[in-house]
Design a protein around this ligand. Structure first.
Ligand SMILES: N[C@@H](CCC(=O)N[C@@H](CS)C(=O)NCC(=O)O)C(=O)O
Length: 222
C-alpha cells in the first residue's frame, strides 16, 4: 500500500494516523512541497489518480483513491480491526457527521486565517477566531458524558485533532474556557500514532524555522 501525502498536509496526516492506528504496513510517500507552501511540482501519481490534484492519495493494488474521508471509509472496510467508527448505526452516523464538520465547517474558518496572519486584529480574522471558539464550545458540551467526540476513539477524533493543530498554528487556540476539550486533546495527543505523525510534522516546521504550537513543543524533544 502507498499513501501520498505532504510534510504539512493536515488531510494526509488524518489518513496516515488512521493507518498507523490500524497497524497497516504501508509506504508513506512525501510529495514535493515548496517554500511558498505549495505542493509543487505535483507528484505524477497524484496527478494520475486525483483530478483535484491534491494529497492524500492511497494506492492499494488496483484500488486508487483520493480524499481523506473516502480513504477512512476504505480503511474501515478493508481493515475492520481495530474499529475506528462506533459500532451502533446511529453512533456511526453521528461520528461521520462530526468528521465532516471538522473538515467542512470548522476548517474553512482556519483556512480564512491563513490569509490574514498579517492582520489578526482585522474584522474577518476576529470573526474567524470567534467561529472557532464557538465550535470548541459545542464540542465541550459533547464531551460532558464521554472521553472522545463520538463515544469510542474514532475517525472523528483524528480529523478534529488535525484540524485543531492547524487552527492553533494560525491563532485560533483552545483556552481554559473548554477544559474538557483540553483534556480530550491530551488524550488524543498521547496516542503513539498521533505523536508519531504530528511529531514529524512539528520537526519539519522547526527545521524550517517556523513556529511550533506551544502544546506540541514537547514533541520536538522526542
Ligand atoms: N477534501 C480533501 C482535501 C485535500 C487537500 O486540501 N489537500 C491539500 C493538502 S492538505 C493539497 O493537496 N493542496 C494542494 C493543492 O490544492 O494544490 C481531503 O480530505 O483529502
Amino acid at each position: 500500500m502507498r499513501l501520498f501525502t505532504g510534510p504539512l498536509s493536515m488531510f494526509g496526516a488524518k489518513a496516515q494516523i488512521a493507518m498507523l492506528e490500524k497497524g497497516i504496513s504501508f509506504d508513506c510517500v512525501m510529495v514535493p512541497f515548496d517554500r511558498d507552501d505549495n505542493y509543487e511540482p505535483k507528484h505524477p501519481e497524484v496527478l494520475r489518480v486525483n483530478p483535484k490534484r491534491q494529497v492524500p492519495v492511497l494506492i492499494d493494488g488496483d484500488v486508487e483513491l483520493f480524499d481523506s474521508t473516502q480513504i477512512f471509509e476504505y480503511l474501515e472496510d478493508r481493515f475492520p480491526t481495530p474499529p475506528l467508527w462506533p459500532a451502533a448505526i446511529a453512533d456511526r452516523a453521528r461520528a461521520r457527521q462530526l468528521e465532516l464538520k471538522s473538515d467542512e465547517v470548522f476548517f474553512p474558518h482556519v483556512v480564512r486565517l491563513f490569509g490574514l496572519q498579517h492582520d489578526m486584529q482585522s474584522p474577518p480574522a476576529v470573526a474567524a477566531c470567534a467561529a472557532c471558539a464557538r465550535f470548541y464550545e459545542a464540542l465541550e458540551a459533547l464531551l460532558a458524558d464521554r472521553d472522545y467526540l463520538a463515544g469510542p476513539y474514532s475517525y472523528a477524533d483524528i480529523a478534529f485533532y488535525m484540524a485543531h493543530v492547524f487552527a492553533d498554528r494560525k491563532g485560533a487556540s483552545m483556552t481554559q474556557a473548554t477544559p474538557r476539550l483540553l483534556a480530550w486533546r491530551d488524550r488524543v495527543g498521547a496516542r503513539a500514532p498521533v505523536r508519531n505523525v504530528v511529531g514529524t510534522m512539528m520537526k519539519f516546521l522547526a527545521d524550517n524555522s517556523r513556529p511550533v504550537p506551544v502544546f506540541l513543543q514537547p514533541l520536538l524533544r522526542t
